[in-house]
Design a protein around this ligand. Structure first.
Ligand code: 5RP
Length: 224
């Protein structure tokens, strides 16, 4: 099975999990990235089963609209039933690193506004300890150098993601070689640096359920 086939398989497994639970007035949150794209494409044939969607990026909003799925502003909703999104890494407690696609802040907002966060990944994202994937941090542009120096003090090696401007008009620092022994504490600590919009650690609000695709089939892991 190729990685693309694994992404499609896990997207279909998420459809099988989410769609039967949907009510016609439900609004669902949709993530960003290649796995989320597979989910969006598979969701298109079920668009009569829910009301609309909130997207975590302009790219996902465009893709949803291209399938005729209504996209609404989060402020027009009273909260979302599900949030379905991929991840760059996950650990055994379903703490995540996200933001490889630079959508981490909106992803964290939409995840926070959702009753259930269903994370969809292929097995290449599974780790014992987070941090092999460079940790994305969204930063207000004028704070770039200051935040980078603060991240060095925390033991990381920040690298400016050249040419990337987030949907919110900010920049991304990717932090290499960061030792993330306590993901919740690290999330708090990095979020507290002035100029940081958000760090791509999803530990304070991790996934509730993770569906992982392997060449042998799909595995479901629930948060402890
Ligand atoms: C985007 C993300 C994505 O969920 C993450 O990068 C995984 O992407 P993919 O499904 O393409 O591997 O956090 O900001």
């Amino acid at each position: 099975m190729t990685q693309d086939e694994m992404k499609q398989a896990v997207a279909q497994a998420a459809i099988d999990y989410v769609v039967p639970k949907l009510k016609s007035d439900d609004i669902i949150g949709i993530g960003t990235g290649s796995t989320a794209n597979c989910f969006i494409d598979a969701l298109a044939q079920h668009k009569d089963k829910f009301q609309s969607a909130v997207a975590s990026s302009e790219a996902s909003a465009d893709r949803l609209r291209s399938h005729g799925i209504e996209v609404v502003d989060l402020n027009q909703t009273g909260g979302l039933e599900f949030y379905v999104d991929g991840a760059d890494e996950f650990d055994p407690h379903l703490n995540l690193i996200k933001g490889g696609g630079a959508a981490l802040t909106r992803e964290k907002i939409v995840a926070g506004a959702s009753k259930e966060f269903v994370c969809i990944v292929d097995q290449s994202k599974q780790v014992d300890l987070l941090g092999a994937f460079p940790l994305p941090v969204e930063v207000i542009p004028m704070a770039r150098s200051f935040v980078a120096r603060e991240l060095v003090k925390l033991g990381g090696e920040p690298e400016y993601r050249q040419g990337v401007v987030t949907d919110n008009g900010n920049i991304i620092l990717d932090v290499h070689n960061m030792s993330i022994l306590d993901p919740k504490a690290a999330e708090d600590q990095i979020n507290n640096i002035a100029g940081v919009v958000t760090v791509g650690l999803f530990a304070l609000r991790g996934a509730d359920l993770l569906i992982m695709s392997t060449p042998e089939g799909v595995e479901v892991i629930k948060a402890d």
